[in-house]
Design a protein around this ligand. Structure first.
Ligand code: WTA
Length: 629
């Protein structure tokens, strides 16, 4: 399959190109070959740099000690204004070695899975790198997820240790973490294999310690050796698992391996941000998401950069917080999400203009399509028209940025992710898989592997094959739609499957539906996204109650709480519409297209409803929806 010829960043010999890029790492054993890949469903395998050996924590720490030992590796900025701490490469190295020693002494070894359930404190990065140092596989679970969600991830990956904190701080509030871990470990089988809960004291809040299992980091650390040799692992040894939502079923454990992922994170971080030695780089994501993995920890540290890690939220104590941080710390490269940009834009220009932003050079956007209005505000107001805006498109599955402007490009297209990174080969296909050439709109696929590509779904390779490689055989299907303009620039239009993007957080409609039907009052539920000014998309839940139950504010509240309990606050429904029925075809299939149009407030665009079993349901739904607007 060929890709569009209008891509000026085309690489002719991709294997040679990637093998050269691999030289950016310090390998224990340098690889002699690049890709060994088949996307054929009957024999699907993805291997990169397969005969190489390395350790990810060495890339991020040890190899910088000689030249950058005293350079700030992590510039940590606390939730509370005025609280900050600069940690040098030498200090970070020592902390990581000590934490690795503690985990090792507790029995964690190469290949073991370790769950990290952490706030945004340096210890979160130490824990990731400590696991990597031992060749153990970390799985970070976002601190906003519920005990239920945490338990299912602990069980799915068979974790034997957990690293957490007493509590986290965000926007002046305490977030209970240890208590959630304790609750998770009593669910089903989740606690069976867990021998260690290493707990970081962050707030000094309540934390019940179970003797034998639970240990305090500050106590263990004092005893631990600062000498912990790094395990050289194979390039294809797992580095981490990160759970993400798909269009069906439970979240899947996306597996990334060591060599290819590290090459790709380092490569993209350097190129997209045009990294210079004295940059102060701030990615405002959470380490619980892939953006935090690749662009707070692994990419920047592999590149010897100063990475700013912020504990709090963009809007606390007020809307000028981000710009205050930029001014105070001389941030040069900023990477954040459209949802944050929109929230701050709403507060006007004054909070931005209060602070000096002359240090800024590149402004990145990630996580969801950025609307042109937000793009312009970011560019004109935040960046004073002076900075490059890079709208970076990628996914948990891709490990790093695939399509993005690069500093130096002419910047004239607010909202376009523009061109693939050198080495990346996207294409657009129609519903039948026919490749579309030139100016076109269609489903976005990749036609060639790249080193950062996920390798499998943890414990379910078949699901990996089915999800990504069978829709358009021979390609990796992203689940996104895109448009390519006459210049060959890509504009991502959003998901074409049942995955939602709520404030940049990925969520499957199926996940929310199963949380709802787990409640006694619910007979059936269907969830769709609808346009939301701030969040990008909101959650609209159509719920059918069990016979005999009447709609009430109490039931609505109970259902909202139910979803928060099952998944977490990020999944809080915006609308619960209790409905008498759902639009179904005569074969019983829910017609989501209709539900989406109703939620959007476009009942005049329902299209053909003649195949519905009970067409009158639609009028009732339209009427009911009006009451929720
Ligand atoms: C969406 C986050 C438009 C897209 C890195 C993708 C974007 C999903 C952009 C992955 C962007 C991410 N423009 N859409 N610049 N970046 N997306 O796995 O729908 O949390 O498939 O990875 O976010 O979300 P995930």
């Amino acid at each position: 399959m060929t890709t569009t010829s209008s891509n000026p960043r085309t690489v002719s010999d991709t294997d040679a190109f990637w093998l050269r890029e691999a030289e950016r790492l310090d390998w224990t054993k340098a690889p002699t070959s690049a890709s060994d890949v088949s996307w054929d469903a009957s024999d699907l395998h993805i291997r990169w740099f397969a005969d190489g050996a390395l350790n990810a924590s060495v890339q991020c720490l040890d190899r910088h000690l000689e030249t950058r030992g005293d350079k700030t590796a992590i510039l940590w900025v606390g939730d509370e204004p005025g609280v900050a701490k600069a940690i040098t490469y030498a200090e970070a190295h020592e902390e990581v070695c000590r934490m690795a020693s503690v985990l090792k002494a507790r029995g964690v070894t190469r290949g073991d899975r370790v769950i990290l359930y952490m706030p945004m404190v340096p210890e979160a990065a130490y824990a990731m790198l400590a696991c990597a140092r031992l060749g153990a596989v970390h799985s970070v679970v976002f601190g906003g997820f519920s005990p239920e969600a945490l338990a299912s991830r602990i069980e799915d990956c068979g974790a034997t240790a957990v690293v957490t904190a007493d509590e986290g701080r965000r926007g002046g509030k305490a977030i209970v973490l240890k208590k959630n871990v304790d609750a998770a470990l009593t669910r089903n089988d989740a606690g069976r294999a867990v021998h260690t809960v290493l707990t970081v004291k962050v707030t000094g809040g309540e934390a019940a310690m179970q003797a034998g299992r639970d240990v305090w980091w500050h106590e263990e650390k004092a005893e631990a050796s600062s000498d912990c040799p790094a395990e050289a692992v194979d390039a294809e040894d797992p580095l981490f698992i990160l759970y993400t939502s798909g269009s069906t079923g439970k979240p899947k454990g996306v597996l990334h391996t060591t060599g290819g992922y590290m090459v790709y994170a380092s490569y993209t971080h350097e190129k997209v941000f045009d990294l210079k030695e004295d940059d102060v780089y701030w990615c405002a994501a959470d380490v619980g998401w892939i953006t935090g993995h690749s662009y707070i920890v692994y990419g920047p540290l592999a590149n010897g950069a100063t990475t700013l890690m912020y504990e709090g939220v963009p809007t606390w104590p007020d809307a000028s917080r981000m710009w205050k941080i930029v001014e105070e710390h001389g941030v040069t490269l900023l990477y954040t999400a459209p949802t944050a940009i929109r929230a701050l834009m709403r507060e006007g220009d004054a909070p931005v203009e209060k602070h000096d932003r002359s240090s800024l050079r590149v402004l990145g956007s990630v996580g969801e399509p950025i609307n042109p209005e937000a793009w312009r505000w970011y560019h004109d107001v935040v960046g004073e028209g002076r900075c490059t805006v890079v709208d970076t498109w990628w996914q948990t599955e891709t490990g790093g940025i695939l399509i993005s402007p690069l500093p130096g490009d002419p910047m004239t297209k607010p909202g376009a992710a523009t061109k693939p990174m050198p080495g990346i080969e996207p294409a657009l296909v129609d519903a039948d898989g026919k490749v579309l050439e030139g100016e076109a709109e269609g489903n976005l696929v990749l036609t060639r592997s790249w080193p950062g590509q996920m390798r499998t779904v943890w414990g379910d390779h078949e699901r990996f094959v089915q999800t990504y490689f069978t829709t358009y055989p021979g390609t990796y299907f992203t689940g996104d739609g895109a448009r390519r303009d006459a210049d060959g620039d890509y504009w991502i239009t959003g998901r074409v499957d049942d995955v939602l993007n709520i404030s940049g957080h990925r969520m499957g409609t199926a996940e929310v539906e199963s949380a709802l039907v787990a409640h006694d009052a619910v007979a059936e539920a269907a969830v769709v996204g609808f346009p939301h000014d701030l969040k990008g998309q909101g959650l609209w839940c159509y719920v059918i109650l069990r016979a005999g139950l009447e709609p009430s504010a109490e039931i609505e509240k109970a259902l909202r709480d139910q979803v928060r309990t099952e998944i977490g606050p990020v999944a809080t429904p915006d609308v619960i519409q209790i409905a008498p029925g759902l639009p179904k075809t005569r074969s019983g299939k829910i017609m989501r297209r209709i539900l989406r149009k109703i939620a959007e407030g476009a009942p005049d665009q329902l299209g053909d409803t003649s195949t519905l079993a009970e067409p009158e349901v639609v009028d009732q739904l339209v009427e009911g929806a009006a009451r929720h607007r």
